[in-house]
Design a protein around this ligand. Structure first.
Ligand SMILES: *Cc1c(COP(=O)(O)O)cnc(C)c1O
Length: 357
């Protein structure tokens, strides 16, 4: 189905004000955004507008109860400058899984594709050179003016974008959670929803004061590893790759995680998706078989861990240079995204630019 999307372009492009190839994460936004509204049981009023403030009633339900979900994805460009989107289908299906858990309506996948194609084709000049990329932030939030606790009847859906550089990610120091948790069975851990992040801010501030970059979140009994920050975790133990299973619904099902598992299997490297007890990690470190620990997510792709602290035990990890598996994953995924390597899994969605759109 083709949807009617009204286009209202800005007269004042901000493109010339920025060095888009060196933009730090989350500071620079492209000229336009896509907006849609949900009321009377349907999505309507589709438009592309100049990126800018939106007005909200102080009684907006989201501001009080956090009924909102989001996605994070990236666009790169091919050698002719055409935008390339990564694993579109996965992002919209995850957004809709998050929305369902938060009592929100689903957003039609074909509308999502059409809106995103139009938006990136209008703002294609904002896509930086690889390894930088255009970060895309689709999100949906409750729009009712109502402060009773119930699901909203109206919602807004917005997509905006902004260039992000592939900043050299300095190795991360992780602190194993001992007191606070992010998610438990039956909760909303698998949903990309506002409250999940809010819950981590206070413990993160404490960890940060202690000199750590991230907290490694644990199950409610503090036995099993979950994930860290906005990244899934991988461990390389004696040549085997181990990553926590998402079966409990407590971990965000990362698309980078899924891509890495696919790439590893293709290469014939064994990957174990299962519950990972912290004792196993400590033991592997003691035996000298803990070869690598890294985070996987859209923003950083791979974030190598230099140090992992569990209670009073500080586990130093081997030098980054020798970590062949995570190096391979980062390079391979970046090459597929930039078109340098063949897209044999059909992950790339190319967008034709409409100069007159
Ligand atoms: C977004 C996110 C991830 C990573 O997902 P990707 O699809 O790989 O970007 C992992 N954990 C959390 C909590 C997240 O929000």
């Amino acid at each position: 189905m083709k949807y009617e999307i009204e286009i209202n372009k800005t007269e004042n492009s901000k493109l010339k004000d920025f060095d888009i190839n060196n933009a730090s994460f989350g500071k620079v936004y492209s000229d336009h955004m896509f907006c849609a509204e949900y009321a009377d049981g349907e999505w309507k009023n589709f438009s592309i507008q100049p990126f800018g403030p939106i007005t909200l009633t102080p009684a907006n339900l989201t501001l009080h109860y956090g009924q909102s979900v989001f996605e994070g994805m990236k666009a790169s460009k091919d050698s002719e400058g055409n935008p390339m989107l990564f694993r579109l289908d996965r992002h919209i299906s995850r957004l809709n899984r998050s929305a369902e858990r938060m009592g929100m309506p689903s957003f039609p996948a074909d509308l999502f594709n059409q809106a995103l194609e139009l938006l990136v084709s209008i703002d294609y000049k904002w896509i930086p050179e690889a390894p930088s990329a255009l970060y895309i932030r689709p999100f949906m939030f409750a729009a009712d003016e109502f402060i009773g606790v119930r699901s909203s009847d109206t919602f807004k859906f917005i997509i905006f974008t902004g260039p992000v550089s592939n900043y050299y990610t300095k190795p991360v120091k992780l602190l194993t959670a001992q007191k606070y948790i992010r998610a438990a069975k039956g909760g909303v851990g698998y949903a990309k929803t506002a409250g999940n992040y809010a819950a981590t801010l206070y413990p993160m501030n404490i960890a940060s004061k202690m000199g750590y970059d991230q907290i490694m979140w644990m199950s409610a009994d503090f036995e099993y590893v979950q994930e860290c920050g906005t990244m899934n975790l991988f461990f390389v133990i004696d040549g085997r790759v181990v990553t926590p299973t998402t079966i409990d619904g407590t971990i965000l099902e990362g698309i980078t995680r899924d891509s890495f598992i696919t790439l590893l299997k293709e290469k014939g490297i064994r990957v174990e998706e299962r519950h990972v007890n912290i004792k196993e990690i400590v033991e592997a470190h003691e035996n000298g078989t803990l070869e690598d620990v890294f985070g996987a997510g859209t923003a950083a792709v791979v974030a190598p861990v230099s140090e992992l602290t569990y209670r009073d035990k500080v586990m130093k990890l081997p030098p980054i240079e020798g970590r062949e598996i995570s190096k391979f994953l980062k390079e391979e995924l970046s090459n597929i995204r930039s078109g340098a390597t063949e897209d044999r899994f059909n992950w790339i969605h190319k967008v034709k630019i409409h100069e007159t759109a």
